[in-house]
Design a protein around this ligand. Sequence first.
Ligand SMILES: [Cu+2]
Length: 492
Amino acid sequence: MAIRKDANTLNPNERAEFVDAILALKAAGIYDRFVLRHANAIMNAIHRSPAFLPWHRRFIYDLELELQRVSGNPDLGIPYWNWPSGEADAAMWRNDFLGGNGDASGVVRTGPFQAGQWTVVNASGLPSGPLMRTFGQNGFPTLPTQTEIDQVMAITPYDSPPWNMSSSPSFRNQLEGWAGPNLHNRGHVWVGGSMLPMTSPNDPVFFMHHCMVDKIWHDWQARFPNQDYLPVVGGPFGQNLTDPMDSTPSGQIGSRPIDVLDSAALGITYDDGTTIPQPTIPLLVVDANPEQFSIGAPGETDIFQFQVAAFGSHTAFTTGSSDTFMTLFGPNNPAAQVAFDDDGGENLNAQITRNLSAGTYYLRIRLFSSNSTGNYAVGIRSNNNIPTPIPELTVDGASINAAISTANESDLYRLNITDDAIYTFQTYGTTDTFMTLHGPNSQIPVIASNDDGGVTLNARIRQQLTAGEYFLRIRHFSPIGTGFYSIHATRE
Ligand SMILES: [Cu+2]
């Protein structure tokens, strides 16, 4: 659990622990890999765009995990540079912490990162001289004030078209500094020197600066729990909620905005006790009358949950005159996107029909335009009153050949277990299958799950089971993947 503190309030031991951990990562070559990850990312993919905040949240979080590892302290958090708490005279610029401003030619000659002890790297990773700082000399003589931070904290929505430096109204754009009082950009420019180019993580203050940016976003999320990351869809590739954020080799699975929206889930806390309260999510009852809700503020998203008791076709829909946009997540995972829709229902209403396994699902509803407000009604209906027969997989019997034929599909199998014994369930073929085992006598409780325990990318679960009815669910590891597989069950 990272505990992130105001950098200007750390005690000498905490300052030494942070500095030693940074120096250890530098000596191991790990620190410079972070510099290159930032320097070699595409400028406009990670700045001047919605992914600015989630990309940098992920970036500093990954460094924090490395700091925790080398220090042996699982609670070590990156300190945040609380801009209003002091300028060149602030405690963080002391000689036992970051060192201070550069000399007349900008060279840092004090503290642990001074010339001769710390060498910066260029975008190719080659040594390129000492750390440089020129406090307040590049057009911004002062740092952001609390009043200016509060002013940006009041802005909604998260972001808006055209999703760039001209977006307005946009919390992201003002926090980044292309509009409004200028928070993030100003910090880089105020420090100057090594903090100006894309290699700016060369100066360890970069991580404290972005920790402050991240804290402001975190506080804003707590203040506006119904304001979601935007765009969900429709923005440039790399900027939408479930896009990979960076097309360079450093941007891989796990680096989507949706993966980092909840900093509490990443184990991050702030010393002033700000945590994001978990709102209670209204429950929609399947086959009940649609319920009325409204989007009262531009950019707002309403979140609902509903329970599917048994596998079958279900339709989530809205009615009314608003142009709604709907995204469905689950089962049992509010971040696992199943489908989204804009105008699949009556007129401009959203509607999603899918075969759903048993479990809890989450529905997020917003208006297509992030600038409008309006009323709508939402409902969930089950389409098959006749239960769909679930294919039975016979232990030590024939394999069943099947396919994941569309994105997000999952196949369900029934197992009739008559003896207490160890059983093995396994897929075969070239598809990267993912398997979950549920039961006994219910499709909901998860007993085991597996991705690649079988041959190559196949899934395999070996489990002791008592007599009863069990269910196996097979999906593709990737939410958009499809392919053929066969499934087989054996008993030991
Ligand atoms: Cu950056």
